[in-house]
Design a protein around this ligand. Structure first.
Ligand SMILES: Nc1ncnc2c1ncn2[C@@H]1O[C@H](COP(=O)(O)OP(=O)(O)OP(=O)(O)O)[C@@H](O)[C@H]1O
Ligand SMILES: [Mg+2]
Length: 269
């Protein structure tokens, strides 16, 4: 049985697409056949971050409208085996992304893939609801600031009331809290909420933090999910998240300010 995972947040710009790309790539690196679907019709960012934007010919709405087959629309990832991307449409009407259409696409994908990762658009309306509807698991991406935490809380309400699992009275969606763009030095200065604050408010299982990192933007600009940037903190953080998702017990990192040693302070580096 394929597992369907939505990457969701409520608030915009918190790191959903960054996480979708690296999380899906991480599952593929671990040998799991994975597809990542861009639900952000109109913006279409995922293919840019995955570096396949020039290869997009058909998208999910073509599949839904029977204008292309799934096979014609899936793009094989160029960084790793086992990974495919189903892009969103940039130009089409968002209403074309119907629940019936998405269900058909997901059912067909489920025959072939172990994991189906859904990159949700921002907001708490139709687009976000469509992305979360079929989910078995949800990674709730939250930045350590009040507005983001509040919107994540709203999303938790929707997962528990508007998803297929809620409506059909099935076992609830498994939720995971991922805190991204975390900067412990700003937490120490009182400029950001701490991970403990966020955990306290949302009270769902915590899967990790991704530190604020310049490597993320650089990687995105070059069309490479940051998980592939060896040595970058954000890459290690995403690898940990994938391992924990797969059931491994990994100690949490990147929670505290890195103490810079005397030599490093004197001589840089
Ligand atoms: N850990 C990080 N460190 C630094 N910058 C980050 C990090 N994660 C994401 N960003 C940056 O934040 C911005 C928003 O990221 P992203 O597009 O992944 O968010 P999103 O939640 O998908 O946005 P939207 O709601 O518009 O879909 C991007 O410029 C990205 O490079
Ligand atoms: Mg996005």
């Amino acid at each position: 049985m394929a597992r369907i995972i939505v990457i969701t947040s409520g608030k915009g710009g918190v790191g959903k697409t960054t996480t979708s790309a690296s999380f899906a790539a991480g599952l593929a690196l671990r040998g799991h056949k994975t597809v990542v679907i861009d639900f952000d019709v109109g913006l279409r960012n995922l293919d840019l971050i995955m570096g396949c934007e020039r290869r997009v010919v058909y998208d999910i709405i073509n599949v839904i409208n029977n204008e292309s087959s799934l096979n014609q629309s899936l793009i094989k990832d160029k960084h790793c085996d086992n990974l495919y991307i189903l892009p969103a449409s940039q130009t089409r009407d968002k209403d074309a992304l119907t629940l019936e259409g998405v269900e058909r696409v997901i059912n067909e994908l489920a025959k072939d893939f172990e994991y189906i990762v859904c990159d949700s658009p921002a907001g708490i309306e139709k687009g976000a609801l469509t992305a979360l509807y079929f989910a078995d698991e949800a990674i709730v991406v939250t930045n350590p600031e009040v507005a983001s935490v509040r919107d994540s809380d709203r999303i938790l309400g929707l997962l528990a009331s508007k998803s297929r699992r809620a409506i059909e009275n099935l076992e609830p969606i498994r939720e995971h809290l991922l805190v991204t763009r975390y900067a412990p030095e700003r937490v120490e200065k009182g400029e950001m909420l701490s991970v403990n604050d966020v955990k306290e408010i949302l009270r769902i299982p915590f899967i990790g933090v991704v530190p604020e990192s310049q490597a993320v933007l650089q990687a995105s600009n070059s069309g490479t999910p940051v998980i592939h940037v060896n040595g970058a903190d954000a890459s290690d953080a995403y690898k940990d998240v994938v391992a924990r998702f797969l059931g491994e017990d990994r100690p949490h990192r990147f929670l505290d300010v890195q103490k810079v040693g005397l030599l490093k302070r004197l001589f840089g580096g």
